[in-house]
Design a protein around this ligand. Structure first.
Ligand SMILES: *Cc1c(COP(=O)(O)O)cnc(C)c1O
Length: 396
């Protein structure tokens, strides 16, 4: 409750107490608010309007569940206000549509999440937007790509699957000096290890599906905005009919309470596994900015306060069936999309296929690993047996 808040509270304290402004019969957690219709007192009340979207007038446009989650997320990422969505991808597509239209030029990182690329390439292009994919290592050189009609830059750092760390402050600075809007997909850092708005970015977007919800049981998105970008995004969300379900908002808010301890554990296990994997003869390299010899390590260290346990492993060249023998027999790593849940995942992946401006070079097969909350020693034992199957199959 707000009476317990203090401006000097640290991050973990804020996670526990953010977005708890409304007390409901003394419950600690706000129950999911289920409503489409909200009844008005009278005609005057109906006509009173809600110019800043702070009231509860209709389920889709804002209600106690969305207000609480948005307030807590804005606090986590240091934003003015936030807008919640039914999925991470809906947060991305709505934020883009809020700013780019016919005749505009949009710069998108070549390392972005696959469906983000497809939306830009297939839908925005059809709407008359000039979409240009840029090298994630461009840094301040982005300035040379700006055109008179450049409206927005879409960043993701580290990149999906390939994990390049971008010089976010340099890109944000260059864009701001030209009045170009910047938005970053901040899902990997979960808003816990990286604060884009403090580095000059206008909008920080997350698939709250991942670490915020944290239990692999919800699709949820969030766009944390500064004061200049909140209205256009909220307006676009309303015009596009985008909103999150109350059950998912509840799960997002509930997951948020333990985000700090979970992220620290994901990080520790990630470092342990990544370091162990680097020493394995079957592994060509581990692509993970938290490792000291990763090309993105210095930038990551400068701007981030930590790393989640999500990285890509390039195996030495082997037949695909040898990689499959390793992956198929794992006991603790599930094969599946997404990440950020309490359970470990492994996913064969090919970042090279979803690039157009740059190349992703790899000799051997690649797998992406999400380190869950299990015991690191058990995960290592599981992978060790996997490598034995891999070696056996490769020798056949
Ligand atoms: C998963 C993911 C998304 C999309 O989230 P959904 O909730 O599945 O729509 C967007 N960006 C990144 C980086 C993701 O990993």
């Amino acid at each position: 409750m707000s009476r317990n808040r203090s401006g000097t509270d640290g991050p973990a304290t804020r996670l526990s107490h953010g977005g708890r402004g409304d007390a409901y019969a003394g419950t600690v957690n706000l129950p999911p608010f289920r409503a489409s219709t909200i009844l008005f007192e009278d005609v005057e009340d109906l006509n009173s309007g809600d110019p800043d979207w702070t009231k509860t007038r209709y389920g889709r446009t804002g209600n106690p569940s969305s207000h609480a989650f948005e307030e807590a997320m804005a606090e986590l990422e240091g934003g003015y206000r936030a807008v919640s969505f039914g999925s991470g991808l809906q947060a991305i597509t709505t934020a883009l549509q809020a700013f780019v239209r016919l005749g505009d030029h949009l710069l998108v990182t070549d390392s972005c999440y696959g469906p983000t690329r497809e939306f830009c390439r297939d839908m925005l292009t059809a709407q008359g937007v000039e979409v240009e994919f840029y090298d994630p290592l461009v840094a301040g050189g982005i300035e040379a790509l700006f055109r008179p009609n450049t409206r927005a830059v879409f960043l993701e750092s580290p990149g999906s699957l390939s994990f390049e760390v971008q010089d976010v402050p340099a890109i944000a600075r260059a864009a701001r000096s030209r009045g170009i809007v910047t938005m970053v997909d901040n899902t990997w850092a979960a808003g816990w290890f990286f604060k884009p708005l403090a580095h000059g970015v206008d909008i920080s977007i997350q698939a709250a599906t991942k670490f915020i919800a944290g239990h692999a049981d919800s699709n949820l998105g969030i766009a944390v905005c500064n004061e200049a970008t909140y209205r256009p995004i909220k307006k676009a969300a309303i015009l596009l009919g985008a909103c999150a379900g109350s059950e998912d908002l509840y799960l997002g808010l509930r997951g948020l309470r333990t985000l700090g301890v979970r992220m620290e554990r994901h990080q520790q296990t990630g470092l342990t596994l990544a370091t162990w994997l680097t020493s394995r003869p079957e592994v060509a390299r581990v692509v993970f900015p938290a490792l000291p010899d990763d090309p993105g390590h210095a930038l990551w260290k400068r701007d981030f306060t930590g790393a989640c346990g999500l990285f890509t492993v390039e195996l030495k060249p082997i037949p695909r069936r040898a990689m499959a023998a390793m992956v198929d027999g794992l006991r603790l790593f599930g094969i599946g999309f997404s990440y950020g849940g309490f359970e470990s995942l492994i996913l064969p992946t090919s970042p090279a296929k979803s690039r157009s401006a740059t190349e992703f070079k790899a000799e051997g097969p690649l797998v992406r690993i999400h380190c869950g909350l299990e015991e690191p020693a058990d995960l290592i034992a599981d992978l060790e047996q996997g490598f034995a199957r891999l070696t056996q199959e490769a020798a056949r």
